[in-house]
Design a protein around this ligand. Structure first.
Ligand code: KIV
Ligand code: ZN
Length: 527
């Protein structure tokens, strides 16, 4: 590190300095396919809009041949988003490529992302194909995909464990067939930064036409090196990084987008590249994903964790007061992590809408009505309404909380030594009103039974999580439930200063989601 760099550490270089590194976000594909992170179509749409606002260059929206839901999500994202390139994943098989092409038909900029294993282990045990056969399959697939999308990316699956000379042959053929992005995945998260840099340098020096294509890094975190490996790829000439918000993804996850981006920005003089990411949207995007998947961000997570900018120790605080640069290499506001106490019971609708929008939630008038009403009720119960409260309110503004079923009465009681009872009254938007009561092992169990009886929807609890989203005795609790119904997983969440009420909202959100989705699934199955 140079002396100049040292003084610049807390004030990153702004603007387009050095070459552009494209950010390819695969939260909705590699991220979403990991256990615990699945999202329904509406959640994917919300995430896609947040990614567009964040300024990612490419959104990998899904794997259309995997399921009708995936196909529909990719098609809707392709139709709705204007700025980023929309990408769909496909195996090197005609059915996959054609499905990807159809799903991307309405995209302004489309990319089909083909993948095929190239490593000796995969060739022998997964594909049962020779080297020449692998090359032929890749070439035919790339030619077909080139006719169906604006551009084609080719991924050599398990590239990092592939013989470098063979990888050069595969990439030579891929470029001739029409691929313009060559991805070099560390599929199993096996290699170290030095090996990554060597591989990229070798490929750029030996692949015919290397200067006409973009080399891309795609690293998994099995040994905790996904971000370091992605940065090593950039140092050695990769000009695309594939990553996910909060680092979600297969097994231990993918490289975390926010970490890659902030490392490139904070250490700009070292890497001499830039990205198009609007970094103040990083924190809202991270929190939105946590809300949509029900998976909280660990406190100590780099860039977006609650502790990422917290300075507890007296020695650090003393240093910070003298010069922030002593212990701070990035400013919280650079990533949109403002934790100021902003709103109270005298705040108006405009201030609330503005704060929600700063946090990444764009609310239309109908959603705003619901959020404002709940905000006023909360502000009456709490002295101050924090950003976390606003996030919780805004993310709870989904129509899933407003119908078709609504609570009109709820009473719960827990008994010392175990057991709980619930009585409730639910009203349906078609005018029906149902009263039910149930007992159970605890309030959640009793609530599920009562709601099941009232609505007639059989659901079984798969996962239950409750956490405080703000601080103090009057903190709001965020309940997230996952339940099975008819072979599908449904997730619902609720927020309240009363955790039993938050749980009740989450249960109802699931039932409402089932009621709204079952007719859609039935229609899709018959179309
Ligand atoms: O990890 C991997 O190899 C992948 C490919 C589909 C690019 O996700
Ligand atoms: Zn992957």
């Amino acid at each position: 590190m140079t002396a100049t760099e040292q003084t610049q550490a807390s004030e990153p270089t702004e603007g387009d300095v050095g070459e552009r590194v494209k950010i390819f976000d695969t939260t909705l594909r590699d991220g979403e396919q990991a256990p615990g992170f699945s999202m329904d179509r509406r959640a994917k749409m919300r995430m896609a809009h947040a990614l567009e606002e964040l300024g990612v260059d490419i959104i990998e929206a899904g794997f259309p041949q995997a399921s009708p839901d995936d196909f529909a999500a990719v098609a809707e994202i392709a139709r709705s988003l204007k700025q980023p390139t929309i990408c769909a994943l496909a195996r090197c098989q005609e059915v996959d490529i054609d499905a990807a092409g159809r799903a991307l038909e309405q995209a302004r900029h489309s990319r089909i992302h083909l993948f095929l294993s190239t490593s000796p282990l995969h060739r022998e045990h997964k594909l049962g194909k020779s080297k020449n056969e692998v090359i032929d399959i890749a070439v035919n697939a790339i030619r077909r995909a080139s006719r169906l999308s604006h551009e084609v990316e080719f991924s050599a699956e398990d590239a990092m464990r592939t013989e470098p000379d063979f990888l050069v042959e595969v990439f030579n053929a891929a470029i001739e067939a029409g691929a313009t992005t060559l991805n070099v995945p560390d599929t199993v998260g096996y290699v170290t930064p030095f090996e990554v840099a060597d591989m990229f340098a070798f490929l750029r020096a030996n692949v015919r036409g290397a200067e006409r294509v973009v080399f891309s890094g795609h690293c998994h975190d099995d040994l905790g090196m996904a971000v370091a490996n992605s940065l090593a790829a950039v140092s050695a000439g990769a000009r695309q990084v594939e990553c996910t918000i909060n680092g979600i993804g297969e097994r231990a996850g993918n490289a975390a987008l926010e970490e890659v981006v902030m490392a490139l920005r904070t250490r700009q003089p070292h890497f001499n590249v830039h990205t198009g990411i609007v970094t103040k949207h990083l924190y809202p995007a991270s929190r939105l994903l946590a809300q949509l998947t029900g998976q909280p961000v660990p406190r100590n997570k780099a860039i977006v964790g609650d502790n990422a900018f917290a300075h507890e120790s007296g020695i650090h605080q003393h240093g910070m007061l003298k010069h922030r640069g002593t212990y701070e290499i990035m400013r919280p506001q650079d990533v949109g992590a403002t934790t100021s106490l902003v709103l109270g019971k005298h705040s108006g609708r405009h201030a609330l809408r503005q704060r929600a929008s700063d946090l990444g939630y764009v609310l239309d008038d109908a959603a705003m009505d619901v959020v404002f009403e709940r905000f006023k009720a909360l502000a009456d119960r709490k002295r101050t309404v924090t950003d976390e409260d606003v996030e919780a309110l805004a993310s709870g503004a989904d129509p899933e909380h407003t119908g078709p079923w609504r609570f009109t009465h709820l009473h719960t009681s827990s008994h010392l030594g175990g057991g709980a009872s619930v009585s409730l009254k639910l009203t349906h938007e078609d005018g029906r009103t149902v009263s039910e009561a149930a007992i159970g092992d605890g309030p959640v169990d009793a609530m599920l039974r009562a709601v099941e009886r009232a609505t007639g929807e059989a659901i079984s609890l798969a996962d239950f999580n409750i956490r405080a989203v703000s601080e103090g005795g009057d903190a709001e609790g965020h309940a997230t439930l996952t339940a099975h119904h008819d072979g599908h997983d449904y997730r619902g969440s609720g927020v309240s200063t009363d955790i039993v009420e938050a749980t009740a909202q989450a249960v109802l959100a699931i039932v409402n989601r089932i009621e709204r989705q079952v007719p859609r699934r039935a229609a899709a199955a018959h179309s």
